[in-house]
Design a protein around this ligand. Structure first.
Ligand SMILES: [Zn+2]
Length: 294
């Protein structure tokens, strides 16, 4: 089959790869209707993690899990006692270990317009939801989201679902501001650093936010998050992507019923053969997130 392979910094190509096959009795081989470029794929792409040999790229549920061990039962499938990393999902077919514990079947065959949203559930929505949950977002809360990447935008959506009354999104980009508003942001702050904090203090009458989601991962954004939080408030920190997954079944329900449409974060769709352009567009911030069709 033809799949994405990273040869070196900024060098992703579609290349011949062996067809996946069943190795363990608990494996499944699935056909992918859609796949995507993950924010964390940009780290090896930019050469920040050394790629010594050509490496197939990773997306989706980063970790396969049995869903039966104590860590899985506590909702931390990414720390499964039998965890295996899933690799090579930017391809038409994929081997998934521990398929019963890792894969969730949808009720029906999803319609074409539901596919981007289900894809987001397997990828950034879990992280965005975790950010809102870890920042202790409660009904009626005032929330600040630092960062307008796909995780930050879905942090806005998640805060809205968890009942936040006021959601202040920090973004300087018009298209991302528009999407943040569509996901439930009530205010946009385009200033950064001290000016950004001053603007948030102004909007919250000097109090600060109950919950702040830090979705960038730089020193500046962390300082901004800390100073935007009211005394006793909560901050979550998901700037470094770590693919936490939780509430998978509930999130799938929310998509199935049309309550949320997280697939809107995919603002670029390309055939898998053009994966290199998909990476470039995200690297250069021309695209929020790239959906690929095998
Ligand atoms: Zn487990």
């Amino acid at each position: 089959m033809r799949g994405a392979v990273l040869y070196g910094p900024r060098d992703v190509r579609i290349d011949e790869r062996p067809d996946p096959s069943i190795i363990e009795a608990t494996d499944a081989v699935i056909r992918l209707s859609a796949t995507c470029v993950c924010g964390s794929d940009l780290w090896p792409y930019r050469g920040l993690n050394a790629a010594s040999d050509p490496a197939p790229m990773v997306i989706g549920s980063f970790a396969a899990s049995d869903n039966t061990c104590p860590h899985c039962l506590a909702g931390y499938q990414t720390s499964c006692a039998h965890r295996q990393w899933v690799v090579g999902a930017q391809a038409p077919f994929l081997r998934v270990p521990m398929a019963d514990g890792t894969l969730v079947a949808t009720q029906d065959l999803p319609s074409a317009n539901q596919i981007p949203s289900f894809l987001a559930v397997s990828d950034v929505l879990g992280t965005g939801w975790f950010a809102a949950d870890a920042a202790n977002v409660k009904p009626g809360a005032t929330v600040v989201v630092v960062g307008d990447g796909a995780v930050g935008l879905l942090g806005v959506l998640s805060a809205k679902q968890l009942g936040a009354e006021r959601i202040i999104a920090m973004s300087r980009h018009q298209a991302r501001q528009t999407l943040a508003r569509a996901f439930g942001a009530t205010d946009i702050v385009s200033e950064r650093g001290d000016e950004g904090v001053a603007r948030i203090k102004e909007l919250t009458k000097g109090v600060g936010a109950d919950s702040v989601l830090e979705c960038v991962g730089t020193q500046e954004s962390m300082a901004q998050a800390i100073h935007a939080t009211r005394p006793g408030g909560s901050i979550s920190y998901v700037g470094v992507p770590h693919g936490v997954e939780l509430a998978g079944a509930e999130l799938i329900q929310l998509v199935q019923s049309g309550t949320i449409n997280p697939g809107k974060v995919f603002d670029l769709e390309l055939p898998l053969e053009q994966v290199a352009e998909g990476y470039r567009a995200m690297d250069e911030r021309r695209a929020i997130k790239t959906l690929l069709r095998p």
